[in-house]
Design a protein around this ligand. Structure first.
Ligand code: NAD
Length: 428
């Protein structure tokens, strides 16, 4: 049987532990989630039928602050997946240096099969079930795969109804009309863009000669494609759950996005005003996209996309993990041997949680920032932490993944040890 996602995630911790000296108690603390909740959510469908969905919320570690993490709607959601994502969130918040611990939630559901009203009842039902587990000072959800600002708005509203007070800080990624932050929807992609730009500049790769393939054309992948396109990169392939489009000359990303918004799919089109014409393109599968001969590969869909089965076929020189956990630990070894530079999820996609932190700060202070302020602060944070992780990798001859974990681990261990260690209590 293949190893669980969580067991695989723990191997990254074990690897980082070889390069940092921290108390055994802190290590022990980080091996287990603080609390896990499984709930069933009964939903009355439009047909009148009652259907029960399975939901989860895991709070992994709150030593550095309230726990933070998105909510995923996907048929494959399981406790193992949610726990792994909560573990990654813990290390992500520590790596990027924001005062949050890690959590994650999810519902095993195909949201595309539900009407909008059914989706609202499911989202409110989920909050009814987990309301005692979350809160502005304890655990703060956000969007993830197949959840969005509207769903976050329903969740915040439901929590406010239950707690009998307007509680915008309980959820981030809300619509701006009810306390959402400017720039939140583009934050993950923009953060990833700053990381890519830092690395490409360091390796003296100019955008005009850099080809990019992106798996996943959702909130994170499509916005990143746009930012890279605007900066002059050649985005040659993008995909959604149905498959990929590829043009070695580069795709016209604004037109692909316009087409996607109108048709709920992707096509290599060139649009003028509202008229879109099909351009040259090859259709590929998602697995073919992963092995294209490009400079930069961006997995921005789901976990476990590059594994023992296909890692040796990857031709890209750089992989930027916008998705959480797209490369498993067995693939890491092969990619490293083949000289592929993998820039880890806990750094690359941390722009989302960083602007979620800004949203939470704004909700709590009641003072709202301009988009320029938000993007400026995001850029400063992403570039500063990226540079520290690169320096650490060079200083200790580590992969960027292990360096990012070591960087995070130092902050986590300091917080755990600040509460007292065996050594401290043994002193007379
Ligand atoms: P999304 O739901 O907006 O988009 C997901 C995209 O992946 C869609 O284009 C979908 O068609 C595609 N997809 C789904 N199944 C696929 C498959 N089997 N093969 C290829 N493509 C597939 O989700 P998102 O918010 O863009 O999140 C994408 C990834 O980024 C996830 O791993 C998520 O955890 C991670 N992430 C997102 C955020 C955020 O703020 N949105 C923050 C951090 C990390």
């Amino acid at each position: 049987m293949s190893q669980s996602l969580f067991a695989d995630a723990m191997t990254r911790l074990d690897k980082a532990l070889q390069h940092v000296s921290i108390s055994p108690e802190a290590i022990e603390r980080l091996r287990y989630p603080k609390a896990s909740l499984s709930v069933s959510i009964p939903v009355r469908l439009d047909s009148g039928e009652l259907k029960v969905f399975q939901g989860y919320r895991v709070r992994y570690d709150d030593t550095r602050g309230p726990t933070k993490g998105g909510i995923r709607y996907h048929p494959n959601v399981s406790l193992d997946e949610v726990q792994s994502l909560a573990f990654w969130m813990t290390f992500k918040c520590a790596a990027i240096g924001i005062p949050f611990g890690g959590a994650k939630g999810g519902i095993a559901v195909n949201p595309k099969a539900l009407s909008r009203m059914e989706l609202e009842r499911l989202s409110r039902g989920y909050i009814d079930a987990i309301a005692d587990f979350i809160g502005p000072d304890t655990d703060i959800p956000a969007p993830d795969v197949y959840t969005n600002a509207t769903i976050m708005g329903w969740m915040m509203d439901q929590y406010s109804i239950i707690s009998r007070r307007f509680s915008p800080a309980v959820v981030t990624g809300k619509p701006t009309a009810i306390g959402g932050s400017l720039g939140r929807e583009t934050a993950t992609a923009m953060g990833a863009y700053f990381v890519i730009r830092s690395l490409m500049t360091k390796h003296q790769k100019l955008p005009q000669v850099t080809t990019v393939a992106i798996q996943g054309f959702g909130n994170a992948g499509a916005v990143l494609a746009q930012l890279l396109y605007e900066a002059g990169y050649k985005v040659v392939a993008v995909s959604d759950s149905k498959g990929a489009i590829y043009n070695p000359q580069g795709l016209d990303i604004p037109s692909v996005r316009a087409y996607q918004q109108a048709h709920k799919g992707i096509e290599a089109v060139y649009c003028e005003e509202s008229v879109c014409n099909l351009g040259d393109r090859q259709l590929l599968t998602n697995s073919e996209l992963l092995t294209l001969d490009v400079d930069v590969l961006v997995p921005a869909a789901l976990e476990n996309q590059i594994t023992l089965a296909n890692a040796h076929e990857v031709k890209a020189k750089f992989i930027f993990e916008v998705a959480n956990g797209p490369v498993n630990s067995a693939a890491d070894l092969i990619l490293q041997q083949n000289g592929v530079c993998v820039v880890p999820d806990i750094l690359v996609n941390s722009g989302g949680v960083t602007v979620s932190y800004f949203e939470w700060l704004q909700n709590r202070s009641g003072l709202y920032w301009s988009l320029e302020d938000i993007n400026q602060r995001l850029q400063e944070k992403m570039e500063a932490e990226t540079s520290q992780i690169i320096d650490l990798a060079e200083e200790l001859s580590l992969s960027l993944r292990t360096a990012a974990y070591v960087h995070a681990l130092k902050r986590l261990a300091a917080a755990i040890e600040a509460k007292g260690t065996q050594q401290y209590f043994a002193q007379s």
